[in-house]
Write a protein that binds this ligand. Sequence first.
Ligand code: HSE
Length: 403
Amino acid sequence: MVKIAVLGYGTVGSGVVRVLNTNHDNINTRAGQQIDIKYILDLRDFEGDPVQEKIVHDYDIILKDEEIKIVVEVMGGVEPAYTYVKSALEHGKSVCTSNKELVARHGAELLELAKKKQLNFLFEASVGGGIPIIRPLNNSLTADEITDIKGILNGTTNYILSKMSREGLDFDTALKDAQDRGYAERNPEADVEGFDACRKIAILSSLAYGMQVDFEDIQTEGITKITKEDIAYAKKLDAGIKLIGSSKKVDGDIYAFVAPMLLSNSHPLMGVNDVFNAIFVKGNVLGDVMFYGQGAGSLPTASAVVSDVVDAVKHMGTNIMSIWCTEKLELADIKQSENRYFVRVKGAGKEDSVKSAFGEVTFVVLDDKKDETAFLTDSIKECDFDSKIAAVGEVINCIRADF
Ligand code: HSE
């Protein structure tokens, strides 16, 4: 029997208890041993809840109990999670976490510590909730050089954009609906400004390229400036708008960003709607693969956490190797990356100045938007785009496009 402790009895922590209760026979068979929760650390008491007898308020009880072999950290945030996780590893306990802030900031260091101690630091649930993506990158796509990762990594913003597109709503109305349904937080900044997706693409890039990608280095744009008019234009181009976390290897340089993008309706990521996530990965010999599923929520996220617990049990005493090391990966200057751009500029009849700046472009017209000129450029370097657009006029909005 393996005894584990769960740090945090919130949405994910209670999911972990439910998953272990619901599927215990199957889980124990796959782990080869019985997995038993001995402690749950939380500030609250949960009177009347069957887990009440396992609740402790003092982390030292868990740390000092040599019977505890695995600590499940599902508290979120960098502190005190970092201190707890580091000391768990130092005390000879493997760690499974869903905490993307912790993994993005300290993943390389904690992986190194786990390796030194012949333990495991596992974080399948930190990206894409219940979607298996960390283990495939670490263990399955090992024959390939990963050249491109493109994902819908945030369920809240995908719900908002899907709602805006389906019902012609503006951003504020769709955000309020997402909040009413409990998808978006009362303070939705981390989701709608792209910070959550930024941490997730930093984790995926670090795993794919084997070095530390600092999330602070990733250019990040959210969806707050996307309007229903932008979406109406996209539809005219047989396209839609998605918040994309992207990292791409071009001639040995890695470019990474989070931004809204116009995607053609034929792109596989355009079939990913509402709170679902998907991650599209390109390998140099495999070609394209896509991982799709529920990117958030108590049970899907807990399913990924428990799968890590099973892996930790199966690899007790051995470290599952990861190539993610502490050496920093210097990202290439995003201004040197090439993209197509969908642009709206103030003023009608700007076609000639657009063509003299950008050459042949695709113009798009909305019947109720006569006072502006909208167009889709060919592929162009971001720095060249910046200098050329200044000559055309005042920009209303500008969105990268992947056609
Ligand atoms: N706020 C996140 C989302 C939760 O909406 O995707 C899962 O990380």
